[in-house]
Design a protein around this ligand. Structure first.
Ligand code: AMP
Ligand code: FE
Ligand code: FE
Ligand code: ZN
Length: 282
């Protein structure tokens, strides 16, 4: 039986709703052999996940880094990097600080319009890295919207929406170099997820490959067949590996663990390029 490998998931350390210990248990129950924990801009969930790792499951420690390229927001998956390497650790800290300031501003804009949401409440909803899904939950709790999906529209906190505030993200080419400098491997997360906002052109992916990008996340819920075909072709042309993953967020999104997976050869290739950290096996 080939190993079942899911390389992109979130826990309560960022905007998922499943604590890290439960996430690894659920991953094994879902039939996975390898799970990557990739919370937004943080490594805070790693220790709990590793301590609770069930027999038969391997843990890839990672993070999803908030990046920008020419004003377009994009996400970079960073795997198996040394969390103590200071240059990259400092930047993750800055990213989290920028997220705090911007979430507080979004709450302020909502409150200015008389909507009953408070910063205390949002901070309580966010156990780790704060994100728009926590603000969305506050909007649901206040009865202002019915779903996270509805909160992510132009009337509320959708990108460039009425109560949306941007954050200071990392230039993606700098991010790729920082990940490499910490011994890690980087993969471009959901490169063609157009429903979340603008996406970058192939020219940016070419530049990312030149800067040391290892792969493209192709099999993802936000990619249609055409996007996948195009990305697979691009990966082949640029010598990039291809991954697939659930981008699981617990009840914040409908997608289950292991919905999309990565093939064994790509996974082994990815791991072989890392020098920062080993994979954890129970
Ligand atoms: P932020 O990183 O704070 O800007 O929030 C973006 C996060 O919100 C993404 O990582 C997703 O987890 C989530 N998200 C983005 N778009 C949607 C959407 N349309 N519906 C639900 N969740 C979304
Ligand atoms: Fe998220
Ligand atoms: Fe993402
Ligand atoms: Zn994600």
């Amino acid at each position: 039986m080939p190993r079942r490998i899911d390389l992109h998931t979130h826990s309560t350390a960022s905007d998922g709703t499943t604590p890290p210990a439960r996430l690894v248990a659920e991953a094994r129950a879902a039939g996975l052999d390898v799970l990557a924990l990739t919370d937004h801009d943080t490594t805070a969930g790693w220790a709990e996940a590793a301590d609770a790792l069930p027999a038969g499951l391997s843990l890839v420690r990672g993070a999803e880094i908030s990046c920008t390229a020419g004003g377009i927001s994009l996400h970079l998956l960073a795997y198996l990097f040394d969390p103590d390497e200071p240059a990259f650790a400092d930047r993750r800290h800055e990213l989290r600080r920028s997220r705090l300031a911007r979430a507080e501003r979004m709450v302020g804009l909502l409150a200015d319009d008389g909507h009953p949401v408070s910063w205390d409440q949002v901070q309580e909803l966010a156990g780790g890295t704060v994100g728009r899904p926590h603000v969305a939950q506050a909007l649901i709790d206040a009865g202002l919207v019915r779903s996270v999906e509805e909160a992510f529209t132009a009337e509320w906190i959708g990108t460039r929406g009425r109560y949306w505030v941007g954050k200071d993200d990392l230039e993606v080419l700098d991010a790729i170099r920082l990940v490499a400098g910490a011994g890690g491997v980087s993969v471009f997360a959901h490169p063609s997820a157009s429903k979340r906002g603008r996406t970058v052109g192939d020219d940016v992916i070419v530049a990312m490959a030149e800067a040391g990008l290892a792969g493209l996340e192709v099999d993802h819920v936000d990619h249609d067949e055409d996007a996948r075909r195009h990305l697979r072709g691009l990966a082949a042309d640029l010598g990039l590996l291809v991954t697939g993953s659930s981008d699981f967020h617990g009840t914040n999104k409908a997608i289950p663990l292991a919905r999309y997976v990565t093939d064994e050869a790509s996974y082994d290739d990815l791991v072989s390029r890392a020098t920062g950290l080993p994979v954890v096996a129970a």
